[in-house]
Write a protein that binds this ligand. Structure first.
Ligand code: SF4
Ligand code: SF4
Length: 448
């Protein structure tokens, strides 16, 4: 078990008179397998959150650190910022915070983080600051800070009131929609840039247009991500898991990548495919170039022959890791489990952990463990078996390792093929993919 809190004590930024921090230095010989760029999601409160969203299995990860206060110490924050900047070859560095709920750390924590970026910045480096939040703790002071420092905020929201409140509740089981709407108004007033991160589950999957139009028309959102909820469980865990993963009177289950059934909140594969197709049909008729939907843009990259922006659709992965509050680095945010712990950044430099055999094998396994059914699939170039965390189904010929969402993805990638080909051709001619809307309309008129 490799989940202890580290006990080294380093100097906080600005604390005079003590010894300088003894952080691991970057290796003298740069590791051969070091990725030139990678992404770290730092979780300063670990899995701790002020809400109790029923599908959020991350809440159960609290039990990995018994007795912890779940507050990232400044020494760990300094190691994160310093090592991330030292490790990236590109001139662009993204400093990302998520949770749990990162705003629980308070504003001063993030002010200190900005001071550290300033301290370790090098000439020619540009920074992007991102934070994923449920929005409920945002106020004027937060928004001023986020605006001043050009943060891109990812706001978790599942649609209009009745769909959002289906599962996104607080610790007293109270709805949260009004608080999140308040956050959107505050951010707009202060000019904070935000994206919508919408999880798709049994509560909203049957209402794709209601969800999409709410974001587009009522929130005027221009950047939207959809994430399917797939809570994988064993038969023994199902009843407890159906009650949620947060604080409960009964002993709550720990979420791990085990089992081949799903909770009642999870999307069904065909529903997921229909959800995407319905929104795509609306988007491709009127919103291309106006509303950015991450999954459609990522798919277009695959059709064009570029690297998709979403790791789940890339051939291999392993370049997006999760940093726990105590400095433990894990292979992926979805694999915060003891066997996927790479080490602790206060003991070993991040770039060494990233280039370790363990992490490189983790990333290559996405490609190397694909079942034959996927290897021979006509939409493999766009899907690549999606994320390994969802590969707990069986192919029609009985091979394990098929993605649970396969039927939905097959349906989706086949459905969008023609418009994607048109957009690809437009891009190759250096024209705007938005022209697809006019072309499809003309075709429809001629067809009539
Ligand atoms: S395991 Fe899934 S989410 Fe994690 S990096 Fe790989 S593809 Fe991405
Ligand atoms: S659509 Fe299904 S068979 Fe094809 S690559 Fe994706 S998961 Fe595999």
């Amino acid at each position: 078990m490799q989940t202890r809190e580290h006990t080294l004590h380093f100097r906080s930024p600005g604390s005079a008179g003590r010894q300088p921090a003894a952080f691991p230095e970057p290796p003298k010989v740069w590791p051969r397998d070091a990725p030139s760029n990678f992404h770290v999601l730092a979780k300063p409160t670990g899995a701790v959150c002020n809400l109790d969203c029923k599908y959020c299995f991350f809440l159960s990860k609290e039990s990995l650190y018994p007795g912890s206060r779940f507050r990232m110490r400044d020494e760990v924050m300094e190691a994160y910022v310093k090592q991330l900047i030292e490790s990236q070859e590109s001139s662009h560095v993204t400093i990302a915070w998520q949770g749990g709920e990162p705003t629980l750390m308070g504003l001063d924590f993030f002010r200190r983080a900005m001071a550290l970026v300033e301290k370790y910045t090098r000439s020619g480096k540009t920074f992007e600051h991102t934070i994923q939040t449920n929005g409920t703790l945002l106020n004027d002071a937060w928004c001023e800070f986020l605006r001043e420092n050009n943060f891109l905020v990812g706001l978790s929201m599942d649609g209009p009131r009745e769909l959002h409140d289906a599962y996104r509740v607080d610790k007293h089981n109270r709805p949260t929609f009004d608080k999140v709407m308040r956050a959107t108004r505050l951010m707009k007033r202060h000019g904070v840039e935000f994206n919508i991160l919408c999880t798709v589950h049994a509560g909203n999957v049957m209402r794709p247009l209601r969800v999409y139009r709410f974001f587009r028309e009522e929130l005027k959102a221009r950047f939207i991500q959809f994430i399917p909820i797939v809570e994988r469980v064993t038969p023994e865990l199902r009843d407890a898991a159906n009650e949620g993963w947060g604080d409960r009177k009964h002993a709550r289950p720990f979420y791990s990548q085990q089992g081949d059934i799903v909770t009642e909140r999870s999307v069904r594969p065909e529903q997921w495919g229909r959800f995407l197709n319905t929104i795509f049909d609306e988007w491709v008729k009127r919103d291309v170039g106006r509303v950015y939907l991450q999954i459609f843009e990522s798919a277009l990259a695959s059709w064009v022959g570029l690297q998709p922006s979403m790791c789940i659709f890339a051939e291999t992965c392993g370049d997006a890791v999760a940093l726990e509050h105590n400095g433990d680095l894990y292979s992926c945010d979805h694999y915060v489990e003891p066997e996927y712990r790479l080490g602790n950044i206060t003991e070993k430099h991040m770039v060494e952990l990233m280039s370790s055999t363990q992490q490189r094998s983790f990333g290559a396994a996405k490609r190397d463990t694909l079942p034959r059914y996927c290897r021979e699939c006509e939409v493999r170039f766009a899907c690549h078996g999606e994320c390994p965390r969802n590969r707990f189904a069986t192919t029609p010929d009985g091979e394990p390792g098929l993605n649970y969402l396969c039927a939905g993805y097959k349906r989706f990638f086949k459905h969008i093929d023609r418009p994607m080909r048109i957009m690809t051709n437009l891009l190759r001619q250096q024209r705007s993919p938005a022209e697809v809307m006019r072309m499809l309309k003309r075709e429809q008129r001629v067809g009539k």
